[in-house]
Design a binder for this molecule. Sequence first.
Ligand code: IPM
Ligand code: MG
Length: 356
Amino acid sequence: MKIALIPGDGIGPDIIEEAVKVINAVGEKKQISFEFITYLAGGAAIDQTGIPLPEATLEGCKKSDAVLLGAVGGPQWDTLPGHLRPERGLLGLRKGMELFANLRPALLFPQLKAASTLKEEVIGDGIDIMVVRELTGGIYFGDRGRNEEGTRSAYDMETYSEPEIDRITRIGFEIAKKRKKKLTSIDKANILETSRLWREVAERVAKEYPEVELHHMYVDNCAMQLIRNPHQFDVMVTSNMFGDILSDEASMLTGSLGMLPSASLGSGKLGMYEPIHGSAPDIAGQDIANPIAAILSAAMMFRYSFEMEAEAVMIEEAVARVLEAGYRTKDIMEKDMKLVGTKEMGSLIAEEIKKM
Ligand code: IPM
Ligand code: MG
């Protein structure tokens, strides 16, 4: 298995190192060998090559079996023009590898119930929502620009084609079929034409999944319902922009941004896996960052790109056991728990795998 590593910026390198530790522990246990190749993207690439996504990175990633990314961005690159910002590196990777489906599970570990900002009665017996976000279309990739003459103005265009909506809603149905058979499609069909087409296509695709219950919800209502009663959701499917916003909201219901992984998939096996948190430059290189989101992203890599479900579960189980044993990084620290750094957290999880 050839794994492309993009540590990126800020805490990216800290957490990727721990994910590699855990992947190697799985490899040792299961006699699988991995080839890791490190590439540049984001601010690190800007500093070394002048651009956020060198061609060698995209080419290398396309030739890999999977890509594991840390995080990109930081204040020192914030004043660069839009097309040279670190974020462009990430968007270029998604688009360049045609990773149109972004899976963002918001899962509350029972050990971390107290971390959620929601009241206990709202959380109930936990939170487990899968946000399926369209990732290579919509306003993120539409025509944009400015008119500088007269009164200045700017525009960003949202476009969705029928095939783009078809393939992402299909992923939503496929996942819903394997879970609670309930899919909520989020849009703004009372206003946006793209959303009206989205609904039509979702309804058509739904006919092929009679076992899945399809609901539609406006995005503003969804933002409210997520906090009021998160249990009404199981799988959500939505556009690039709405998915960006709602996945942040859903993740915070679990109270631990540092815990949540994501997978970006296309039509083949190649995928890119990354934590949903950012680069947290303020704590970079200090052995403080929580590596669990990166480690759980590696678990998703085993599940979706390698189709090795047992290995994915092994990693997830090891994380649960280490939490159960009371180990916490600073971001999820609670009274009477054992505070550990980035490296120790990674080692504990790797050790747990070796014990299995
Ligand atoms: C995310 C991030 C990115 C996005 C940025 C960094 C480009 O917010 O992955 O959610 O907006 O997609
Ligand atoms: Mg985001």
